[in-house]
Design a protein around this ligand. Structure first.
Ligand code: NDP
Length: 286
């Protein structure tokens, strides 16, 4: 999570801004472990932009579970070397573009909506099909509900959450909101064309799918016929998904405990890691 230490006046799309500082503030970790390993470094070098990259002055960021899983060392084998500045999703202003970057508007890079969409596409989800979403109130699940119902044309959407979040599931487009503290979804008579598991319950998820249906398993152990994928980021897909947000078909769900100020990043991560976040946990005040 980066914060440029000097401001620059720029419009939405810019090729270069003269006053890009050499140093910026960033939250950094030097070793794998808990959130308290994060330290605020005032003197991190602003990265050089390669020909196919852009430099973004960050205004706000959303946290994703992958950010803390990386910090915990779960991707150690393939991760970039330490020290690490965490973060994927940012909103901000493009202040510099590489020579090969041809088109770009303001920068919002939402990992959760790309994951939601890619999982639906890979499962073969289409109009008229039914879906059960496990973890419907989280960052990814809240978007799967909306995409399935308002974009893909689902015939029926069911989703799980704890008692206090059932109204939210309905407001997002769920026809059936299942309270996992009171009911076992895998024991319902109703079965679904697709089960989208954003919790890590694949073993139970496969019991709720119709024969020849698909089970998307974002995390945890995978039980056949469930499948896992790792989200791919793609500018063209983001542009398409952005139209659904502009049309009002998809509404970002922002956790009411946020936005957390930049200085409270450790608190923001600790909250996300509790596994109780509603929609996206946002950090601002960069
Ligand atoms: P969040 O932290 O936003 O999920 C939090 C939500 O999970 C809360 O609203 C909580 O609701 C809900 N939840 C927790 N336990 C249960 C349960 N037993 N049943 C139903 N809901 C539950 O996570 P994300 O949505 O951002 O991500 C979900 C998972 O997917 C993470 O493990 C993440 O790492 C992974 N992921 C994988 C990707 C990939 O490419 N493979 C890409 C993106 C994410 P409540 O408080 O009601 O329990």
């Amino acid at each position: 999570l980066l914060r440029a230490s000097a401001s620059s006046s720029s419009t939405e799309t810019v090729t270069a801004v003269s006053e890009i500082p050499a140093k910026m503030k960033a939250w950094v970790y030097d070793d794998y472990g808990a959130a308290d390993l994060l330290r605020l470094d005032e003197g991190v070098s602003v990265p050089e932009v390669k020909e196919d990259q852009v430099l973004i002055k960050v205004v706000a960021a959303a946290l994703n579970p992958v950010d803390y899983k990386r910090r915990q060392g779960k991707f150690k084998a393939t991760d970039s070397p330490l020290p690490t500045v965490p973060g994927y999703d940012v909103a901000g202003v493009v202040v510099k573009v590489g020579s090969q970057v041809k088109k770009l508007k303001a920068a919002g890079l939402p990992l959760a909506i790309e994951t939601a969409n890619e999982g639906l596409e890979r499962s073969g989800f289409s109009a008229g099909k039914s879906i059960l979403i496990l973890g419907g109130a989280g960052g990814v699940g809240s978007l799967v509900i909306q995409l399935a119902k308002h974009v893909f044309g689902a015939s029926r959407v069911a989703a799980t959450a704890s008692t206090g979040k059932l109204d939210l599931l309905k407001s997002l487009g769920a026809d059936l909101a299942i309270d996992y503290t009171k009911e076992n979804f895998e024991e319902l008579a109703e079965k679904f064309d697709v089960v989208y598991d954003a919790v890590g319950q694949c073993e139970k998820a496969v019991k709720a799918v119709k024969e020849a249906g698909s089970v998307v398993a974002l995390t945890g152990a995978v039980t056949p016929p469930g499948f896992r994928f790792v989200v791919t980021s793609d500018g063209a897909v983001l542009t398409k998904l952005n139209t659904f947000i502009e049309d009002g078909k998809i509404k970002p769900v922002v956790d009411p405990k946020g936005p957390f100020p930049f200085s409270k990043l450790v608190e923001a991560f600790t909250y996300l890691e509790s596994g109780r976040a509603t929609g996206k946990v946002i950090v601002d005040g960069f």
